[in-house]
Design a protein around this ligand. Structure first.
Ligand SMILES: NC(=O)c1ccc[n+]([C@@H]2O[C@H](COP(=O)([O-])OP(=O)(O)OC[C@H]3O[C@@H](n4cnc5c(N)ncnc54)[C@H](O)[C@@H]3O)[C@@H](O)[C@H]2O)c1
Length: 391
């Protein structure tokens, strides 16, 4: 992250020894970088602060957070940074999905531009997935990329959002439309922060953990199934292990295709339907994890209707989601989304995914296939079986 003194003081010579190309030589440009970053899962604030201070490594910190996180946990983090002699600049966003917007990003860039934050300083994204995604996107665009450290404070962000380097803000026509792949310099997930999240957000985070179990790990399924009561009661040891297991699964899956080149990631399970449900409800009334839970039910029904997934596995998934206090049918929502809005959002996803709606379909708990031939009729049949009206 920082240039050594030796490198800085050495005179820099440019020798003009670059061979000029023949007329028929194909010019190419190469830029390669390997991003490797540590993921620390801590049990105490003191350990969390120690990890953050070490990652910041003496730079100034541009702390981006939201008002709820600031109110509950801002003081102790700022005191810790201050105690380590780290200069901080703080920007507090309103809490909620609406802050993940181009307008917030612009405000943050204006704020950075009027500060003394420079190329070697660090953006600290302190909050849930909204803050991690927005601050990461802002870091990626400022001065062509400032390093950023994620300190996720919700279960959803700790098991998923803060990892993998997908950063973005929403646009009115689609979620995450304006974004980049930009890896953090490190992630510090302190499970103590999970004591103060709402029950609803705890469940929403569990949806992303259950998703990982369905796509990649029967052992993780057993862990969640067997410890669900302790998770809901926020047993710190059980949460610590849950976050570590989820982080290991997510990074193993992301490493295979960090830039999502083949657009067929099993991690998108629940999202082909989930994202349009979120868009159709206007980002907010339905939490991301809740939308993913409903998406997993609908997409598993598509698999079951095709004879790929047996009814018992489908029933087990629905039962686990219900025990995790997640919505599994349209009637669980305060208001049904407008079917035409769902159809329009699905169409937009088709467009973003290069013309075809790819579905990650579970074949068993732990195995999935990717299908790009699911018809609209099949999707609406499964949505209908889950209680949604057709347009
Ligand atoms: N980049 C990715 O790979 C990825 C993956 C999954 C989800 N996401 C994104 O994450 C976002 C959702 O994240 P989220 O569910 O964390 O929402 P969020 O960031 O809005 O946080 C939820 C609420 O909890 C509050 N909060 C956060 N930490 C708290 C704490 N410790 N104590 C008390 N309150 C706290 C926040 O102020 C907010 O009101 C969505 O925009 C989604 O698209 C991104």
């Amino acid at each position: 992250m920082s240039t050594s003194l030796l490198e800085r003081s050495r005179p820099f010579h440019v020798r003009d020894a670059i061979a000029l190309p023949d007329d028929d030589h194909q010019l190419t440009a190469r830029a390669m970088r390997e991003d490797v970053y540590p993921i620390h899962v801590t049990r105490t604030l003191a350990d969390c602060l120690r990890r953050v201070v070490s990652l910041v490594n003496g730079a100034q910190v541009a702390l981006i957070t939201d008002e709820r996180v600031m109110e509950r946990h801002g003081r102790s983090l700022l005191d810790g940074l201050d105690g380590a002699d780290i200069g901080t600049h703080v920007f507090v966003l309103p809490a909620g999905e609406a802050s993940k917007s181009p307008a917030s990003a612009m405000q943050l860039w204006d704020w950075l531009a009027s500060s003394s934050v420079g190329r070697r300083d660090v953006v600290l994204a302190f909050g849930g997935g909204v803050v991690n995604d927005t601050a990461g996107w802002v870091a990626s665009g400022y001065m062509r990329g400032l390093p950023y450290v994620n300190v996720p404070t919700t279960l959803l962000a700790q098991v998923d959002g803060a990892l993998g380097g997908k950063v973005a803000v929403n646009h009115a026509v689609a979620k995450n439309l304006l974004g980049a792949f930009y890896q953090p310099a490190g992630v510090v997930s302190n499970v103590e922060y999970l004591r103060t999240i709402s029950d609803r957000h705890l469940s929403a985070g569990l949806a992303e953990a259950i998703k990982k179990a369905v796509i990649a790990s029967p052992a993780f399924w057993e862990y969640i199934d067997g410890n669900l009561d302790a998770i809901l009661a926020r047993d710190p040891e059980v949460l610590w292990r849950l976050v570590r297991f989820a982080a290991a699964i997510k990074t193993a899956l992301v490493e295979r295709d960090p830039y999502e080149e083949d657009l067929r990631r099993p991690l998108n399970f629940g999202h082909t339907i989930g994202h349009p449900l979120e868009t159709a409800t206007g980002y907010g009334p339905l939490l991301h994890g809740e939308a993913v839970a409903l998406g997993m039910v609908v997409e598993s029904r598509i698999a079951a209707n095709r004879g790929l997934l047996d009814d018992e596995a489908l029933a087990r998934l629905i039962e686990l989601l219900r025990r995790a206090r997640l919505p599994t049918e349209a009637d669980d929502l305060a208001r049904w989304p407008d079917p035409r809005a769902i159809a329009a959002a699905l169409e937009k996803v088709r467009h973003i995914r290069a013309g075809s709606l790819r579905y990650v379909l579970p074949v068993s708990l732990g195995t999935t296939i990717v299908a790009d031939d699911v018809t609209e009729a099949e999707a609406w049949r499964a949505l209908g079986q889950t209680g949604f009206r057709s347009p």
